[in-house]
Design a protein around this ligand. Structure first.
Ligand SMILES: Cc1ncc(COP(=O)(O)O)c(C=O)c1O
Length: 385
């Protein structure tokens, strides 16, 4: 299957076999136009364009689209500038004093650092479940959850290996001991159909510039009503209030919704861009994108498995992976491979993470892209060029 309808929106793909969305997604032209249009009008017209009411409502469209993407109410969405910012803001607001935080030893650093930082100050321990050959055995994680556990924090899909965790199962066990589950969904949202209510997670965060095909500088977090209603934000500012334009400096109160975590002006154009890109993806259909991406990764897994010296670290089972496939090749420096493939007539753009090669196809890729990549790799590994 080729997603014909999008190819014109991504001019690069006629020249380059781009397989690096888990690093940075390409942005479709309609989204670029929306962001540019906002910046241009604001620059030219100031408050004539961005009047007070419009500025007050500036994130409404993003919250609405975010809620549709994640399967929750608009009021459960808070807008941030990055996944890292969202996670830090939420982590500190929990005001943990003691107990255990569970994550894994192959996580993206953003997921673990806030807790390591809090652990320097408070009596909390961060327990890392160990990967075995780059795989986190689900039962090892579940067995680690006990009465002392306060938070389980992990990616829905691992940035490095593409392993997809069974969030529902983790939540079920965590809630038995009143522990929270906080999920970094930046490598999942945009191609995996999501319903945070069904997953029953406490927090689900995702960001703009990968699978959601928007610029840097925007993230959204679902925070359950039960949780945000009892948290006090750590960062506060004029936008923290129910109605920011009352501008009363003497009294600090918060919005009654998750937007209490929003505190300042920001790069509004990118927030508008993210709302537009979510609309763009939802017009194609997240289910359809999921089928497309999983079919491409399926081909990649099967073909890579047939190349001697290539070792996959991504789980083979479809339910346990996302649109990321990672491998290493015996006796060959990954930088050599990536450089070689980057200089073909049709260059292939790949990512190296922790000395392994990662591919991450999205809506703008085709089966031909995957076959072009595996055939080129095969030729290189077997000494063909
Ligand atoms: C799992 C994961 N979380 C967070 C980030 C970074 O998010 P941000 O740049 O929005 O802070 C990345 C970036 O690669 C990632 O892979």
């Amino acid at each position: 299957m080729v997603l014909h309808e999008v190819s014109e929106d991504f001019p690069l793909i006629s020249k380059v076999n781009y397989l690096s969305t888990a690093s940075i997604g390409l942005i479709p032209i309609p989204v670029i136009e929306t962001v540019k249009g906002f910046i241009y009008e604001l620059a030219q017209e100031g408050t004539l364009f961005l009047n007070e009411d419009r500025e007050y409502r500036i994130y409404d469209d993003l919250r609405r689209e975010g809620a549709k993407l994640l399967g929750c109410d608009e009021e459960d969405i808070a807008v941030f500038n990055s996944v890292t910012e969202a996670l830090n803001c939420i982590a500190w607001s929990l005001e943990l004093k003691e107990g255990k935080i569970i994550s894994t030893d192959i996580e993206f650093p953003t997921v673990t650092y806030p807790w390591l930082r809090i652990a320097r100050k408070e009596n909390i321990k961060v327990k890392f479940v160990n990967a075995k050959n780059w795989y986190i055995p689900p039962d090892d994680l579940l067995n680690e959850i006990d009465e002392n556990t306060k938070v389980v924090v992990l990616s829905h899909v691992e940035y490095l290996t593409g392993q997809r965790h069974d969030i529902k199962r983790i939540v079920k066990r965590a809630h038995e001991v009143n522990a929270l589950v906080i999920v970094d969904g930046v490598q999942a949202a945009g191609y995996i159909p999501l319903n945070v209510k069904e997953l029953n997670v406490d927090v689900y965060i995702t960001g703009s510039y990968k699978w959601l095909v928007a610029p840097f500088g925007a993230a959204i977090a679902y925070i359950s009503k039960d949780l945000y209603s009892r948290l006090e934000p750590v960062f506060v500012g004029w936008r923290s209030k129910e109605y920011m334009w009352d501008l009363n400096p003497l009294e600090l109160s918060y919005s009654s919704t998750a937007r209490k975590f929003e505190y300042s002006t920001s790069s509004y154009s990118v927030k508008i861009g993210l709302a537009e890109s979510i609309k763009y993806l939802r017009r194609i259909g997240i289910e359809k994108i999921y089928e497309h991406n999983m079919k491409l990764t399926d081909i990649a897994v099967e073909e890579l498995n047939s190349i001697k010296y290539v070792n996959l670290v991504t789980p083979l089972n479809m339910d346990e992976r996302g649109s990321i496939v990672t491998f290493w090749v015996e006796r060959i420096d990954p930088f050599k491979i990536v450089n070689k493939l980057r200089h073909l007539n049709r260059p292939i753009e790949l990512t190296i993470r922790r000395n392994m090669i990662r591919i991450s196809p999205h809506i703008y890729n085709t089966e031909e892209d995957i076959l072009h990549f595996v055939d080129s790799l095969r030729r290189f590994v077997y000494g063909g060029f």
